[in-house]
Design a protein around this ligand. Structure first.
Ligand SMILES: [Zn+2]
Ligand SMILES: [Zn+2]
Length: 742
């Protein structure tokens, strides 16, 4: 640090996602432009600026207005100071960087870098081009603070030309840790070798082959999305009958097959480059890409390698994660050869190691929601609402499905990446590894562990094995609290009416809940409405075979004869006997199972090969517009589905189209639950309504519920999944709230 002249000035503290995003060069350029002197540095709390000169207020305003692409500013505070300021403005050496130093998520290749790989120059065609506005971050990170030596780029000593860029504050690569060029950086190759790697990869795709591509957070399996034979081959090899495949293409390619609104285009172009669900329109892709679905999941090329591949191929690609069924995505080269060898005809490899497995995030723009939170979104943090500033450090372990870990520290919540289903041994291993990984990276020392009360969940078992105080948080209370927290609902904000429509979660009465109206604050809840419990014939089997739920629902509604007609080929007698004997027939108020049942009676699904398939098909097939609603009944807390089923039976007899019945079903649930929540707000017991649970990934249900709530204040999920992927955040804030309130 240059000693300087004593003067009065400001010390400015910037907090948020401000490290590793080109923030210091931005400040350096801004200060020079405005004729200021002083210094900028990174430290454990973020970015610290000491500055002297005229118009410091304008300087502070410009920090917010003109921040770099990847920066996210949580706060800018300043105080007046008298210090020795250098003659000019300089980027000072970083202070002792504590492990709290933020790491930013991985970011898609920026337009400048795309232009660079497409133009003559030393990085033309170079698959690892990046700068401070883009490139790998969390997926290459091995330790903190974030610098090249603690990333998987450490294996590639930087060349003189790259170092010059790295050290020049006026360069877009100033302190870009993964900066690289063909002389010093990673390289790509094709296995088996076939001409140049990109040309060979393209010829594999053109000959209806399956190509495995090493990406940012794991390997993908790719094929020509327009070739029915290629898509069918991939399904057969992956033994994945119907779960939709994700797609990759340029915006122009996407527009040939789907409608893309401005918001959707912006989301596709977001530095996070998530998979965005888009409505099909125009030329159809093979049905096998996403059987039965009206939406396709698309992402733009997000690494230089993807750009080179998609441009050379000239068409859209299926881009599905490279894994064995149920297992986590493959990240190592040797692992890929071993596990994906039976799926892929060729491998587009590279020699930069993936430090951390991250799946692609999945999102929707209308209405905005995150369905899977992973690459590009983690490790972004959420500021906790007012009242949580003094909360102790908490770690929360989520549920059994869509596992994710959440850390609370310093008034921030860090919801980790999507891990998958903990039933799978390798996913459970990944969960344990992620727990240790996040704790080390964020120097986290929890005082409290939060989890679901379900004793069978591996996450719950892990929580109790930690030897720390455990706070169990009821599944649907956690869903609702996650929604409140991401909406900034203050700790002292009063009670909220939660409509939680979900799959399965253990209730304190020992039955399985999932269609609930809760009156809750962060600390606790009352159950004020619930779908009348119905048996799940066969227990877990009922989640995979929707007709079982349909049988139970129809029998409960006195419509057993309809079940006899629709499911005549099924072993109904045996199942009814088992239900009467109470064998493997747990009770549930789950809205998810009600969705499954309704999809089954309409004949949309005989079985579901992935969770939520029947309900997704029901949503996809529902006609748009107002075609009426099936009524729900009930008095006091109980919400009866019987009137809904009777109205459906009349429609069925009258020959009403299944698509109309699907719409009436959605509207019925939306209006029935909205009425219960509205009553809690109008009586003054609740101040707002929160919508959460996996069923609210259904955009039609969400929109209809919001419409039915009219002008009431409504909290919905935007950044955190409404499904079990958001559970850990809710658990963490409930545990934190209880600790603060004690
Ligand atoms: Zn860039
Ligand atoms: Zn270089």
């Amino acid at each position: 640090m240059t000693p300087g002249v004593r003067a009065e000035g400001w010390r400015i503290r910037v907090r948020g996602q401000v490290q590793g995003v080109g923030f210091r060069p931005f400040i350096w350029q801004l200060a020079r432009e405005m004729g200021l002197r002083g210094r900028v540095l990174n430290d454990a709390e973020g970015v610290l600026i000491e500055v002297a000169g005229p118009e410091l207020a304008a300087f502070v305003a410009a920090i917010r207005d003109r921040a770099p692409l990847l920066a996210r500013i949580d706060s800018v505070d300043y105080q007046e100071v008298t210090l020795d300021f250098p003659e000019a403005f300089e980027v000072a050496a970083s202070g002792a960087a504590g492990a709290e130093t933020r790491v930013t998520p991985d970011a898609a290749t920026c337009p400048d870098c795309v232009a660079e790989i497409n133009a003559p120059g030393r990085r033309q065609g170079y698959a690892f081009t990046n700068c401070t506005h883009c490139g790998p971050r969390f997926t290459i990170l091995q330790g903190l603070p974030y610098d090249r030596a603690r990333t998987t780029m450490a294996a590639f000593p930087i060349c003189d030309a790259c170092r010059a860029e790295y050290e020049n504050p006026g360069d877009r690569r100033f302190h870009a840790q993964p900066v690289a060029c063909p002389d010093c950086g990673p390289r790509i190759w094709l296995e088996p070798e076939d001409g140049g790697p990109i040309a060979g990869a393209v010829s594999c795709l053109q000959s209806v082959g399956i190509l495995s591509v090493k990406g940012l957070g794991g390997f993908h399996l790719a094929c020509d999305a327009r070739a029915p034979a290629a898509v069918a081959l991939l399904r057969a090899r992956k033994r994945r009958p119907s779960k939709p495949f994700a797609l990759m293409g340029t915006l122009e390619m996407i527009r040939a097959h789907c409608a893309v609104s401005e918001e959707e285009a912006a989301l596709l172009r977001d530095p996070a480059a998530p998979i965005v669900l888009l409505r099909t329109q125009g030329a159809a892709l093979p049905e096998a890409v996403a059987p039965g679905q009206a939406m396709l999941g698309w992402m733009l090329p997000y690494t230089p390698l993807h750009h080179l591949l998609v441009d050379a191929f000239g068409g859209p690609l299926v881009m599905t994660s490279g894994n064995l069924s149920g297992e986590p995505q493959v990240i190592g080269n040797a692992e890929a050869r071993e596990k994906l060898g039976g799926f892929a005809d060729a491998f587009l490899m590279h020699d930069r190691d993936i430090a951390r497995r991250l799946d692609d995030s999945v999102e929707r723009a209308h209405p905005p929601m995150v369905l899977r939170r992973a690459r590009g979104r983690v490790p972004g943090t959420l500021p906790l609402p007012e009242g949580f500033g003094d909360a102790p450090q908490v770690v929360a372990y989520g549920g059994q499905m869509k596992a994710a870990i959440c850390l609370v520290k310093n008034g921030q919540a860090l919801l980790g990446h999507h891990l998958g289903e903990l039933d799978e041994a390798l996913t459970h291993d990944a969960f344990l590894a992620a727990d240790a990984d996040y704790a080390a990276l964020f120097d986290h020392r929890p005082e409290i562990v939060a989890c679901d009360p379900h004793p069978g969940y591996r996450a719950t078992q892990h929580a109790h094995a930690r030897g720390l105080p455990v706070e169990e948080v009821q599944h649907h209370h956690a869903h609702m609290a996650a929604c409140m927290a991401e909406n900034g609902w203050p700790l002292s904000g009063g009670r909220v009416a939660g409509i939680v429509l979900d799959g399965l979660g253990l209730g304190p009465d020992g039955t399985i809940w999932g269609g609930e109206v809760l009156l809750a604050d962060y600390c606790g809840f009352e159950r004020r409405g619930w779908l009348r419990p119905v048996v799940m014939p066969g227990g877990d089997m009922a989640s995979r075979e929707p007709w079982r739920n349909a049988l139970a629902q129809l029998d409960a509604a006195g419509l057993g004869h309809a079940a006899d007609e629709i499911f005549s080929a099924r072993p109904l007698g045996l199942l009814r006997q088992a239900v009467r004997a109470g064998v493997n027939a747990p009770l549930t108020s789950s809205a998810g199972r009600l969705f499954d049942a309704f999809a089954a009676v309409l004949g949309f699904e005989a079985a579901q090969s992935y969770e939520g398939e029947a309900a997704m098909t029901l949503e996809a097939r529902a006609v748009p517009g107002d075609v009426g609603a099936y009524p729900l009944g009930g008095v006091d807390g109980v919400i009866e589905a019987e009137p809904l089923w009777r109205a459906w039976a009349r429609d069925r007899a009258a020959g009403v189209a299944p698509e109309v019945m699907a719409a009436r079903f959605h509207a019925g649930l939306a209006q029935g639950f909205a009425a219960r929540a509205r009553a809690l707000v109008e009586s003054g017991e609740a101040a707002a309504v929160a919508l959460s649970g996996g069923c609210f990934q259904n955009a039609l249900l969400l929109e209809m519920t919001i419409a039915a709530l009219g002008d009431l204040p409504v909290l919905i999920h935007r950044l955190v999944p409404a499904n079990d992927g958001g559970l850990a955040l809710g658990q963490a804030v409930v545990a934190a709230a209880r600790a603060v309130s004690r």
